[in-house]
Design a protein around this ligand. Structure first.
Ligand code: UDP
Ligand code: MG
Length: 322
């Protein structure tokens, strides 16, 4: 087997504080892999600037001038983490043999890359980076994150437990993945659907080097909700079950009311009635909301807008400089 050409895909959004610290670490890692003969010399580190509002793109351009192993692409505006990763993967799928996507904040242990490449050389096409512990997280973050995976699996969106978007994907798998045209992206749930031989490697996750997380609870809930409604129709089935149970309950209620009437205990309070009406109304609104969410998704998919737009590439600039 020939030495694989690796592209490390790194999404960056407002990371001017972090990039200067982590970029040299990524480079050192890549150099080490090259020296060990695990990946080829023309491997690259590809930064995807996700429409940052700070100096991130300038830093990336500067890095690409300093070392040929650094390259960068720039999205025309901020489109979110998932779209940024997708843009990087799709850009690299035709020019390399394997990609590793990783966040730029130094939280994911870059030393797990050795193991990932080794697994690839042993025949795996997809290697998931899985956090072995969440010691560095606050108890709250840990609880919410772990509930997130459990809830997702319960509702029919299969995801690898404690795996975020740190993974190796071969270009073979990416070629097939390119046919998944949906605009509602939830990569960690979609990649397993492509199939092929996969495995996991374990690593410890560190604190963020600098800057702050772009995934507060609100965004995490949105991601979970998006993941569930993108990958599964179970919530729609649940609505039906809920409807059936409610109808059965109301039916029992009617019988109860009739029996009360017949036995002379006529019902006085309207309170119970109002409660039931409110309860029913609430359930109906929730159900319509869930259905609305799916219809919204269909609307977005039908429009079929591009999932990423690249406005600049460091490679193009180099060509015009020459
Ligand atoms: N990111 C991005 N676009 C966004 C938000 C985040 O490309 O709109 C990048 C960010 O630069 C980082 C990665 O996605 O490399 C993960 O973000 P973050 O570290 O804020 O999330 P957390 O690790 O806290 O879940
Ligand atoms: Mg992070």
């Amino acid at each position: 087997m020939k030495t694989p050409k690796l592209y490390v895909v790194i999404p960056c959004y407002n990371e001017e504080e972090v990039l200067p610290v982590t970029a040299p670490e990524f480079l050192a890692k890549l150099r080490q892999l090259i020296e060990q003969g695990m990946v080829s010399e023309d491997s690259r580190i590809m930064f995807v600037n996700d429409g940052s509002k700070d100096k991130t793109w300038e830093i990336i351009k500067e890095l690409s001038k300093q070392d040929e192993h650094f390259i960068g692409i720039c999205q025309s505006r901020n489109r979110g983490h998932q779209n940024a990763v997708l843009a990087g993967l799709m850009e690299s799928k035709d020019v390399c043999d394997i990609t590793i996507s990783i966040d730029c904040d130094g939280q994911d242990d870059i030393n797990a890359m050795d193991e990932m490449v080794r697994e690839y050389l042993d025949g795996a096409q997809v290697v998931y980076g899985v956090r072995s512990s969440r010691k560095t997280d606050t108890a709250f973050k840990r609880f919410t994150a772990e509930s997130f995976y459990k809830l997702m699996n319960l509702l029919g969106a299969e995801v690898v437990f404690n795996h975020a978007d740190y993974r190796l994907i071969s270009s073979r798998v990416l070629q097939e993945f390119a046919n998944f045209k949906e605009v509602n992206l939830f990569l960690r749930g979609m990649i397993p659907l492509v199939g092929f031989k996969s495995t996991s490697v374990y690593y410890e996750r560190h604190e963020r080097m600098a800057g702050k997380s772009h995934y507060p609870l609100k965004k995490m809930l949105a991601l979970a909700f998006n993941g569930i409604t993108s990958l599964s129709v179970k919530p729609l089935q649940l609505i039906m079950y809920m409807g059936l149970i409610m109808s059965a309950l109301s039916f029992a209620g009617v019988i109860w009311a009739v029996v009360m009437q017949l036995t002379g205990h006529s019902i006085i309070g309207w309170a119970s009635l109002v409660c039931i009406i409110c309860f029913m109304g609430g359930i109906q609104l929730c159900s319509i909301g869930i259905i609305g969410e799916y219809i919204g998704k269909i609307y977005m998919e039908v429009k079929g807008r591009p999932r990423y737009i690249i406005s600049e590439r460091t490679e193009d600039e180099k060509k015009t400089d020459e």
